[in-house]
Design a protein. Structure first.
Length: 317
């Protein structure tokens, strides 16, 4: 069922004394989503994840996972969830394999040796399965944490900053794994991250939160399509192009010039008209490269929130 809700959050609020970490938050995650959970530091992301996993209790609001209340069916729900919350922790004096074996037994799941090795291979640790975890880098521990989260074959995977400490190749491997789990295994993934480019590459839906509240939620493609594009136009005569553009409306849309590349902020509908304008002025256009940037979109949304921050706070105190 395409519209089956896996996570449904309504009016979720969490206060810590005089600080409101999460403020009347609403969000929906559907079956099969890779759901990007975005927000600046202090926005309330980690607090929300802890409430989803019933590690802390909200002051107000409702959380349903698999269409059941987390407060009423906690054990049933958690058996179907795999999660990494911040830094995964292990027995450092034991091997990667032994750690997963013990954790599998603690979860009361029947985990075979082949299953453990399959998971270690999936996260790129099969060659280090005998090594003690205390010899692992932070990034390797992150990979082992992912293997742990997958031990009991969960339906929902909640990942809090899963690429922390990884090099670019490691980040790509985790990104590929997330896509594999979603597309090939049918998992629903709730992905919290500050690496916006990573979310843009893997998520189909997302929410941006700030000051503990939702700012925007929807399909990544739709949200980015509605945004102004960053468009790089490469020309053959940059000095002539500068002169031609300088006294026209296009000058106000010009962001910067790097050698022969003119970088504009344009809507998709403006691109062909600018191209036509340059060609008519006998300027050869070598390339037009539009780019939808989640980073630009994120900063615009959160900047707007920052400007409105006093109005939001006035409701709190």
């Amino acid at each position: 069922m395409i519209d089956e809700k896996i996570i449904e959050v309504k009016n979720l609020t969490k206060r810590f004394k005089n600080v409101i970490a999460v403020n009347n938050l609403n969000l929906n995650v559907y079956k099969g989503d890779v759901f990007g959970f975005l927000g600046p530091n202090g926005a309330g992301k980690s607090t929300t994840i802890r409430m989803l996993l019933s590690l802390i209790t909200p002051n107000e609001g409702e959380i349903k996972i698999f269409n059941k209340s987390i407060f009423e069916k906690r054990n049933f729900i958690l058996k179907k969830i795999g999660a990494i919350v911040e830094k995964p922790d292990f027995y450092g004096y034991l091997s990667a394999y032994k750690n997963l074996e013990i954790l599998g037994k603690l979860s009361q799941a029947k985990i075979s040796k082949n299953k453990i090795m399959e998971l270690l291979s999936l996260v790129g640790l099969q060659k280090r399965y005998k090594d003690k975890v205390k010899t692992f880098s932070h990034g390797m521990k992150q990979r082992l944490g992912l293997a742990q989260a997958l031990l009991h074959d969960p339906e929902l995977i909640i990942l809090d900053e899963p690429t922390t400490g990884l090099d670019p190749q490691g980040m790509k491997e985790i990104r590929d794994l997330i896509i594999y789990l979603s597309k090939e295994k049918g998992k629903t993934i709730f992905l919290s991250s500050h690496i916006l480019h990573e979310v843009e590459l893997v998520a189909n839906r997302m929410i941006i939160i700030d000051n503990g509240s939702s700012q925007i939620e929807g399909k990544v493609e739709d949200l980015l399509n509605s945004n102004v594009l960053t468009v790089t136009i490469e020309v053959n005569e940059p000095e002539k192009a500068k002169s031609v553009i300088s006294n026209t409306k296009w000058n106000s849309k010009l962001n910067t010039v790097v050698n022969e590349n003119f970088i504009f902020k344009l809507s998709s509908g403006e691109i062909p008209y600018l191209n036509k304008f340059l060609v008519e002025k006998n300027i050869l256009v070598k390339a037009v490269v539009p780019k939808r940037s989640l980073e630009d979109y994120f900063l615009r949304i959160t900047d707007e929130t920052r400007n409105e921050k006093p109005k939001v706070q006035s409701n709190f105190f």
